[in-house]
Design a protein. Structure first.
Length: 188
């Protein structure tokens, strides 16, 4: 039986729950590109079944931040996903802040183990700085999902080098996440 992975390409294309911006790029576009490519990689692997939160770059979920987040969580819960992966790009007022981090509801947990492998997969594939697995129980998508859930911050959209990597090589980030997922399940 295939492992069901729900991919949330964080944020809406505009309006409510739109993401951060930096260097003329929008987080929601980066999230969509990486999440869609990750879904394609997983769909090519018959060990996985995949569903995404946004099926087109113009899809908007909810009418407020709260209902947008609830819609993503409800889709995953109703589909009865085995794992939930939310894709994001971070932002900071400090343009030197950079790197990749992955958030979980608690550690130790199944989600934290997956997060560690996904983080290592991205850092190894993309050469971003490893900012670690971090616990943040306040994040709605981590606390309201019924399955192990991680929130991946690919890099900082406010850092020139990170945003260059995210916009020039979304496939690389997707491949890094995919590699981490495969390592987590240890299919060898």
């Amino acid at each position: 039986m295939a492992i069901k992975i729900f991919i949330d390409q964080g944020h809406n294309p505009e309006g409510v729950n739109a993401g951060a911006e930096g260097f003329g790029y929008r987080e929601q576009d980066i999230n969509y590109a990486v999440g869609t490519r990750l879904a394609e990689l997983l769909e090519q692997d018959d060990r996985f079944e995949v569903k995404v939160s946004r099926t087109s770059p113009t899809d908007s979920l909810g009418t407020s931040n709260a209902t947008s987040l609830a819609a993503r969580v409800n889709m995953a819960n109703e589909w009865d996903a085995d794992y939930f992966i939310s894709i994001h790009a971070n932002a900071s007022t400090n343009p030197n802040q950079n790197g990749t981090e992955v958030y979980v509801y608690r550690d130790p947990s199944v989600a934290a183990e997956l997060a560690e492998d996904v983080l290592e997969g991205i850092v190894e594939r993309m050469g971003t700085r490893n900012n670690g697995v971090r616990v943040n129980p306040s994040l709605y998508v981590l606390r309201r999902t019924r399955m192990p859930a991680i929130l991946v911050e690919l890099g900082y959209i406010t850092n020139a080098e990170d945003v260059r990597k995210m916009t020039e090589d979304p496939w690389g980030f997707a491949q890094g996440i995919y590699n981490g997922i495969v390592d987590y399940f240890d299919f060898d």
